[in-house]
Ligand binder design. Sequence first.
Ligand SMILES: C[S@@+](CC[C@H](N)C(=O)[O-])C[C@H]1O[C@@H](n2cnc3c(N)ncnc32)[C@H](O)[C@@H]1O
Length: 172
Amino acid sequence: MALGYVTTCDYIPVPEDAVEELLRLARLKRGDVIYDLGCGTGELLIVAAGEYGARGVGIEVSRRLAEWAVKEVEKRGLEDKINIIRDNFFFPKYWAHLEGGEEKPYAIRKADAVYMYLTLQVQEALRGMLEKELKEGARVISYAFRLQDWKPVKEALINETPAYIYVKGKSF
Ligand SMILES: C[S@@+](CC[C@H](N)C(=O)[O-])C[C@H]1O[C@@H](n2cnc3c(N)ncnc32)[C@H](O)[C@@H]1O
């Protein structure tokens, strides 16, 4: 498992017109909790909360991008729905869901959906943690890269870039 080492990749925003399609593919519903691992300026979470009524958690390592995301969230009055965390998502505190028998506040176990637009190397480094911590039925949406050992339940081409949907319990 990749816990404890630092792996990052550059910021490339998801194309604006791909966001709706990704959320539709993920079958996002009102009240779902969606994580964006490396959320950039929070674009996808803002649409998820504003248009789908979901709750969002974004973890972003870049201070500049995380601050930008917070401002975008505040501008739209979505602070009660979206939580932006400026940090590295490889830190174990985001993964193991229990600490001394207590559920941790940002444990990814709460996620109904996890979105990632990262490099293949970073996604592969996250794979073991997602396998261990996600709840049954949680969906993982990966834009651009296919996780090698997982079997997607759906594939699509969005703006000529592949997108893959996986479901815990079916795909991995
Ligand atoms: C390709 S961009 C995608 C941004 C956004 N999710 C989107 O789809 O528009 C990848 C983002 O992940 C962030 N990132 C990369 N590695 C990270 C890490 N280990 N922890 C937190 N954020 C990370 C980068 O700073 C960057 O903003």
